[in-house]
Design a protein around this ligand. Structure first.
Ligand code: HEC
Length: 153
């Protein structure tokens, strides 16, 4: 009886360890984590932006404004992803972000302001032009601050 119980406990410990609840040490540096955070964040931004465009063409006014409001919330998280010295391997961030920090922050503020306008229920979604809004916001910041090739240290 005792032996069976010991085996069960030992098996549980092995399963517990292998589920990842007992994890190996996280070897990522704060800079690598910041990069993963902002890369993930921008993928979410893209997802929401596409959903907002789809809502416009589906005539879904409430969905459009809701996606815009979520883009406003996401815009508030951009700055914290760009911690100093986080030009890690693989990043598309240009060094200019940190060199022209105020200008970069200005792009974020502009993005937030424009998404706020779209989130306003008084905004007429019929006038929404995805190409223009994408170019004036995503494109405008990308041209200045996003590289086409991943950084290599
Ligand atoms: C304030 C500047 C800024 C704004 C506004 C912005 N981006 Fe970006 N975006 C960046 C930077 C910088 C990176 C690169 C981050 C890195 O690799 O460290 C990036 C990365 C991305 C990525 C991941 C990398 C890639 O090229 O696939 C996607 C997707 C993306 N942005 C989509 C968008 C979309 C869609 C919008 C508009 C709705 C947008 N971004 C608005 C600056 C911005």
């Amino acid at each position: 009886m005792l032996k069976a119980r010991t085996i069960i406990i030992a098996t549980c410990l092995v399963l517990f360890a292998s589920t990842g609840l007992v994890q190996a040490k996280d070897e990522r540096t704060p800079a690598e984590k910041a990069y993963e955070f902002r890369d993930g964040l921008f993928n979410v931004v893209e997802w929401r932006f596409v959903k907002m465009i789809e809502a416009k063409f589906a005539g879904d006014k409430a969905g459009f404004h809701s996606n815009a409001a979520q883009l406003v919330a996401l815009s508030d998280m951009i700055e914290e992803g760009f911690i100093p010295d986080s030009m890690v391997d693989g990043t598309l961030a240009k060094k200019d972000i940190w060199d022209d920090w105020d200008e970069f922050k200005g792009k974020i503020a502009e993005f937030k302001k424009n998404m706020n306008e779209l989130a306003d229920p008084a905004y007429d979604i019929a006038g929404f032009d995805p190409k223009k809004v994408g170019g004036d916001n995503c494109g405008s910041c990308h041209r200045a601050f996003k590289s086409k090739t991943p950084h290599k240290n």
